[in-house]
Design a protein around this ligand. Sequence first.
Ligand code: UDP
Ligand code: BGC
Ligand code: MN
Length: 337
Amino acid sequence: MSGPSILHYTYNKCCRACPTWKGKFYVFLLIVAFLLFFILFIHSVNPRRNNIHVSVGEEEGGPIEAELSSFPGMKLLVTNLSDQLQLGGHYIPTDCRPTQTIAVIVPYRDREVHLQLFLQHMHPFLQRQNVEYYIVVVEQEEGTPFNRALLFNIGFYKMNKLHDIDCFIFHDVDLLPLDDRIMYLCQDQPLHLSMLVDTLGDTLMYENLFGGVVALTPEMMEKVNGFPNMYFGWGGEDDDMSYRIRRHGYSIDRYSKEVSRYTMMRHGREENVDQGKLNRKLETGREKISEDGLNTLVFHMLEFQPLPLYTWILIRPNKSMLNGEIIPVKKVTDILE
Ligand code: UDP
Ligand code: BGC
Ligand code: MN
């Protein structure tokens, strides 16, 4: 099992990932061919040629600010943002051919202000990266303790079934990236994107932390049997996932600390955390990777609606799960109501 590692990519915001197809391209074909030959030559003598992005420059992006004071409301947001989008919060770059289509899965309940500020920040952020994306908000109905990881599994399951998604970004609604060089793409290993969070002291709390914002390919998700379904209430589910991925021979990758910075919008702290109980849950969780996850996912789907700024999924957890019962299903079941 290999330990966590830090990626030291240099950044190119999109031009390598997204070649421009429009008219002028053909006029400069000859020049491009020459440049390509030149770049290939440089690459062949460059010891860092395995890095994913090349060249660092002013135009490649850098630190950005999060606008938390202006709060336009959902109506104005829709007016401002929906022209660029297809229904369901789906963006397709117009003059680019992206190499990956991503789905940003957001677990959600009762954080309306955060959701609006998230959409206001994330749509322009992702569009600057010239990536094809969907934003998917998976909401848990009131009445049961919040289950972040279950919502991730549901978002993954639905979007993976409906679309050809290359990369899933599992994303807290209250975290906003503070640097345009944080590429929302999957890499060779599972990525922990939110390494430094301002409200958590801008330090990585522990090496195996895998909370906040993470990126995995569908293949990685299938291999580790997704997130656990049984973590109702705050905490532990990300540690369980961290264990799953390391257990399956992956390591946790991160961008450098100069780049991988987020702000967390303020919210109340979880007060009644019983650390002993959480540890015990984690210990039993470790033995249940193959029987608690994507292969035993059951839920009631109350809504599935492509809205202008995001795809909205509203769910109710299955009652028997609340007693810690794992339902022995071989195939994922969504119980439509
Ligand atoms: N969340 C939510 N409503 C809740 C609890 C959690 O929408 O009542 C979602 C939201 O995306 C949030 C994430 O779950 O960012 C993680 O929860 P929280 O921010 O409370 O955890 P912490 O920041 O303390 O780890
Ligand atoms: C919890 C995690 C959480 C981390 C940072 C751990 O004790 O188990 O779920 O992400 O603390 O807050
Ligand atoms: Mn939070």
